[in-house]
Design a protein around this ligand. Structure first.
Ligand code: 5GP
Length: 190
């Protein structure tokens, strides 16, 4: 998606630890006009699937998932990073190691919001090592729902998540795939 790549080239900031900061349009301030185009592009790419729900993870996936959901006309469910231990049974859960914070979260979705009748599209802002997608896929499996695939705004193609998950059979549509990036600001796309 050329519009997105241009924006990343213009406003993306490469930080140490292979982190790309896109706070000015995606992760802190949100450019909703761009989000609308992203949402339409996800809809175009998954137009062959009859999606019933979008699943994302708090917090940075929520904004993009909500705008995309308008193109699909379906609700959004976001997995919560759980702090309460005492709700087993009422939730589907998975352990996810955070790329940016380096800690492991127990993430949960209430059982009532996912069912075997659902065909789920996962949406997230970034794909790096794939831990977030693996955890969300586990939650979908536990619920008995089908997984249509994952829509990712920015995939860092030089990290392993996308390759491994595609090899394992997950359909992943990434709107911008970064081939390489360096701290002097040079960003190359696949
Ligand atoms: P993964 O689980 O694939 O290793 O990492 C994906 C998650 O980590 C995303 O939900 C995203 O929030 C965060 N993340 C991974 N890499 C980056 C990055 O370069 N920049 C930002 N802003 N977030 C990232």
């Amino acid at each position: 998606m050329e519009l997105l790549k241009e924006r990343i080239r213009k406003d993306g900031k490469v930080r140490s630890g292979n982190v790309l900061k896109v706070d000015s349009f995606l992760n802190h301030q949100m450019d909703i006009t761009l989000f609308e185009e992203i949402g339409k592009e996800f809809k175009r790419r998954f137009s062959d699937c009859s999606i019933t729900k979008i699943l994302t993870i708090e917090s940075s996936g929520i904004g993009i998932a909500c705008i995309a959901a308008q193109s699909f006309g379906v609700p959004v469910v976001f997995a919560k990073k759980n702090t309460t231990k005492n709700i087993d049974g009422a939730v589907f859960s998975a352990q996810i190691e955070s790329f940016t914070h380096g800690r492991v979260y127990n993430v949960v979705v209430a059982r009532e919001y996912l069912s075997p009748n659902d065909n789920i599209l996962i949406i997230d802002d970034f794909l790096a090592n794939g831990k977030a997608l693996i955890g969300l896929e586990q939650i979908v499996k536990k619920s008995g729902a089908s997984l249509a695939g994952a829509g990712i705004v920015i995939e860092k193609g030089f990290q392993n998540g996308g390759k491994e998950l595609r090899e394992a059979g997950m359909r992943i549509e990434s709107l911008a795939v970064i081939k390489s990036m360096s701290e002097d600001g040079k960003i190359e796309f696949e």
